[in-house]
Design a protein. Structure first.
Lengths: 571, 366
């Protein structure tokens, strides 16, 4: 009977083993298996909300969304897929082979729906909707896509949207960004991406072992992004864009009273829609274009200011009492500084400060510059907003650069000579500024002594931000200084010999300053910066043409812009 | 005596009811022929209960007399399956009989236990001592092995490896329980284990795969390993209290194949969790224990061996099936007695239980 006891022992052992195995699966590994069980049968179908719209100051849409219909499918067993492919290819008139290629390309895992076709026409969407009744595993998803009703208009202000890149992802991961997210690149789209960004919602559905849809488990509605309202005036922006078209450069129109950017046009520009529609040829064309159409020239690149810089000298000289209205220098067309001959672009004869501004006499400012001293010039340029970041609310603002003797000593181990001062006096040499800085500087004269901090965002998600923006910075210039410089600026246009005389014929009274920047290679850059109407300035305009010839060319563009603005009743 | 009858009846009906609930839960959402499985199983259970009551009243000693008839019938039906059986799921296991599909291998298990019990309980004419004590190697090992090997071969060829192995295990255990010398058993085990590498080539492809997959289910997660992975997920996801009746996603969304037959334990366990599964295993243990106690009470050698054989048959089937559900044993087609859907299994199990009660009832008759 010993054998029976052993047998009963074996049986008890067997049942004990079963309980042990059960405890192992249920209790110790239970969580893991529960998760596996859920991932077996639950599929999430993401549904994205709309990215926030970008509006102009009056609420007109500059960038919004249009609905595109995508066809997705829940991965299933191969014979089921075969049937779906043939059904879909019949409706979409696409080859089954292409659909299979697309499926393979977009396949991530069994648990995620796969995109078969994008951007389907509405008529076919209706047909697919009928097909869905017999094949519930296909998903027709309305996908909001960025839409730009005006094409390339203000493209540099807007930026573009694209799939997130690795660099941005590593930075933004902690803020809930994921791979394949669509994020903004450049402009408002990038800087305000966090607000514009929609929140994803979705449906969770249950599927069976073949991936076939069985029922909907839950739905979380997607959240739309917040609208961003800009200070741009769509009408002025259109005028600026139209008039610049074909000329490499940029136009900035600003309200000198508060620093709001009313128009910011760049050329060459780009149509952000190519990134939405994923046109690889066009996109690589944009990146490879030697004219760099993606660069926002108004803020992201800096140029020698040339004669525009003379306003810095004029105000510095008057403030420091180095010159007054009675001071005049004789311009014979050249002057000697040290052993070097510095020439003027013309022979002006005796010039006082207002005449010198009007005629843009170099000799006058060489001599004034030497009176003021390089360090003072640098300090006043800095005061007027040149050579430093203004804190503009678009990304990739460059600071430009104003040289000074101290900088030269520290960084280049070189001495500063009078010749350098003379060069700086006419805005050449190492001196670099951005068109936006020039517009800000011009505002100081337009609003009589206040440096505005330019901004372009008016409201985010309906919350007005204008009150929160930095107020105008008082420069505490003497009224006399400002009056004299402004008269000079007016004379630029009104004087028959003035460099900006082209604008004299306008009904609107304009004051401004031209500039012709010499570059090491190629044609000169053309500048025009001004404000109007003279008596009660509402607008500051800065036109910059890269390799655009003499300043006159820029003043012609400015004239066209102002003229069109006037005829459209904007002034 | 009466109490044994009621104890076994109550436990068996309880297990069968749990089985019915699991079959219902795994089929109620599926369309087509799935719907009537529940009803059919109910019919099988009723027939099984009638058989149970009939065999309770039937004197088991009559089985001694019918022994050769039963064995012959088992062999014959197995041969018939071989010739005219219905092929389903790649295996030829079923005989169509009066509109019902009948699985002779289930019946053969019981027949062979009866046969072996009788063989080893023959007594000497002279001094009424057990013949099995004096068996030499031929009578004690070779002859009974041939008698088992023929039906076993037929069953394995169907192919039904699970039932075949079942027979072999029952044979070895019964051999151990009779007074056959231990060295014969060791010889048999040696003879069986040594040529295993050689037998490997005789296994069907899918059987080879299943064995490989048993060692590592992840080598073929969507093919041969699929069932075992899904079944482990089903059991594991139950947690302590289970997901509740009718809320097991694994079994109801078709992830688990054979969720109402061989893998019904996974279906059950997903819904009732650790608690319910332990309860089920305990119920099976009680039933096996009843068989064991009956065997201990019985003076008659034939009755004792029969009772032990039946208990063993139940215990081994339960163990192999549940272990296979949990991935602790290779996947072989073996139903869980009383739980799994299938008429033959249900009826044969009830008959076996009936015989147990009958043994207990008649043990002192002579």
């Amino acid at each position: 009977m010993d054998r029976k006891k052993i047998l009963s022992f074996i049986i008890i052992l067997m049942f004990g083993l079963l309980v042990f195995g059960l405890a192992n699966l249920n209790l110790w590994q239970g969580k893991k298996f529960r998760k596996l069980s859920d991932s077996n049968c639950i599929r999430l179908i993401a549904q994205s909300g709309c990215r926030g719209n970008i509006l102009d100051r009056s609420g007109q849409i500059i960038a919004d969304n249009r609905i595109s219909y995508d066809l997705m499918v829940l991965p299933q067993s191969s014979d089921e897929m075969e049937r779906i492919f043939s059904g879909v290819s019949r409706i979409l008139k696409l080859a089954v082979k292409d659909l299979k290629v697309e499926f393979k390309k977009n396949f991530v895992s069994v648990s995620l729906p796969v995109v078969l076709a994008r951007n389907i026409e509405l008529s076919k969407v209706v047909l697919l909707g009928e097909y869905k009744a017999e094949e519930p595993s296909i998903i027709i998803q309305a996908q909001p896509l960025r839409h730009y009703p005006y094409g390339a208009l203000a493209s540099h202000v807007l930026g573009y949207v694209n799939e997130i890149d690795r660099w941005r992802l590593t930075k933004l991961e902690d803020y809930g960004y994921k791979t394949k997210d669509i994020v903004g690149f450049g402009g408002v789209e990038e800087k305000y991406d966090y607000y514009l960004r929609q929140e994803e919602g979705g449906v969770s559905v249950e599927v069976n072992h073949r991936g076939k849809f069985t029922r909907v488990l839950g739905f979380e509605s997607p959240q739309n992004g917040k609208d961003v309202e800009l200070t741009l005036d769509l009408n002025i922006q259109k005028i600026a864009d139209e008039n610049l078209s074909g000329r490499k450069g940029c136009i900035v129109v600003m309200d000198p009273r508060n620093g709001q950017i009313l128009a910011l046009a760049n050329y060459p520009n780009f149509n952000p829609a190519v990134f939405v529609n994923k046109r690889p040829a066009l996109i690589s064309g944009l990146f490879n274009n030697p004219d760099s159409p993606l660069i926002n020239r108004a803020i992201s690149s800096s140029y020698p200011p040339a004669s525009i810089f003379k306003l810095v000298l004029a105000s510095a000289a008057l403030e420091l009492k180095k010159v007054n209205t009675l001071t005049s220098f004789l311009c014979p067309g050249w002057t000697m500084i040290g052993a070097r001959k510095f020439s003027c672009w013309d022979v002006h004869g005796a010039q006082n400060i207002q005449q010198a501004i009007a005629h843009s006499c170099d000799v006058f400012f060489y001599k004034t510059g030497l009176l003021i001293g390089a360090q003072n010039i640098h300090d006043y340029a800095w005061k007027l907003g040149l050579g430093r970041n203004l804190g503009f609310d678009l990304p990739y603002e460059t600071s430009g650069f104003i040289p000074s003797p101290l900088w030269r000593k520290i960084n280049k181990f070189q001495n500063w000579f009078d010749g350098d001062t003379a060069n700086l006096s006419i805005g050449q040499g190492d001196c670099l500024v951005t068109p936006l800085q020039v517009a800000a500087m011009m505002s100081v004269f337009a609003n009589r002594g206040f440096l505005p901090v330019p901004y372009i965002i008016k409201a985010v998600g309906g919350v007005d931000l204008t009150a929160k923006k930095t107020k105008l910075i008082p420069l505490n210039f003497k009224k006399n200084t400002l009056d004299i410089v402004c008269q000079g600026l007016r004379a630029v246009v009104s004087d028959s010999q003035g460099t900006g005389n082209a604008l004299a014929s306008l009904t609107v009274t304009v004051a401004g300053k031209t500039g012709t920047a010499q570059v090491s290679r190629g044609t000169t850059h053309a500048w025009f910066a001004g404000f109007f109407p003279y008596d009660k300035p509402q607008y500051v305009i800065c036109v910059f043409l890269e390799n655009g010839g003499p300043g006159h060319a820029a003043s012609i563009i400015a004239k066209q812009v102002i003229e069109t603005m006037f005829t459209q009743g904007l002034i | 005596m009466r109490s044994t009858f009621f104890r076994i009846l109550i436990i068996a009906v309880f297990i069968a009811a749990l089985g019915l609930a699991s079959i219902y839960s795994s089929t109620y959402q599926k369309e087509g022929p799935w719907q009537d499985l529940f009803g059919r199983q109910l019919i099988w259970l009723v027939i099984g209960l009638i058989c149970f009551i009939f065999f309770c009243g039937f004197n088991y000693r009559r089985l001694w007399d019918f022994n050769y008839l039963i064995y012959g019938a088992a062999l014959l039906t197995l041969f018939l399956v071989f010739i005219l059986g219905i092929t389903r799921l790649g295996a030829q296991r079923w005989l169509k009989f009066a509109g019902f599909n009948f699985q002779p291998s289930e019946f053969a298990k019981l027949a062979i236990i009866i046969f072996l019990a009788r063989y080893f309980s023959r007594k000497s004419v002279n001094d009424t001592s057990l013949l099995s004590r004096k068996f030499g190697i031929f009578q004690g090992l070779i002859l009974p092995f041939i008698c088992v090997a023929v039906p076993m071969f037929l069953i394995i060829e169907q192919p039904d490896l699970g039932s075949g192995i079942m027979l072999l295990l029952v044979f070895i255990f019964l051999l151990y329980l009779t007074d056959v010398r231990l060295k014969y058993i060791w010889m048999l085990l040696g003879l069986l284990i040594l040529p295993v590498p050689f037998f490997w080539h005789f296994l069907r492809d899918y059987q080879q795969q299943r064995l490989l997959v048993f060692l590592n289910p992840n080598i073929d997660p969507l093919g041969a390993g699929y069932t075992i992975i899904q079944s482990r997920i089903a059991i594991g996801s139950g947690g302590f209290w289970g997901r509740g009746w009718l809320s097991g996603s694994q079994s109801q969304l078709y992830f688990l194949p054979e969720s109402h037959t061989d893998f019904i334990f996974a279906t059950y366990s997903e819904q009732w969790g650790f608690f319910g599964s332990c309860l089920l295993i305990l119920l099976y243990f009680f039933i096996v224990r009843q068989g064991y106690l009956i065997a201990q009470r019985t003076q008659d050698t034939f009755g004792r061996l029969l009772a032990l054989g039946i208990s063993l048959l139940l215990a081994l089937q339960v163990f192999i099936n549940i272990a296979m559900n949990m991935g602790l044993a290779p996947v072989v087609g073996l139903p869980l007695p009383l739980m799994s859907y299938g008429g033959s299994s249900v009826i044969v199990t009830f008959i076996a239980l009936g015989i147990l009660v009958s043994i207990d009832r008649n043990r002192n008759v002579f």
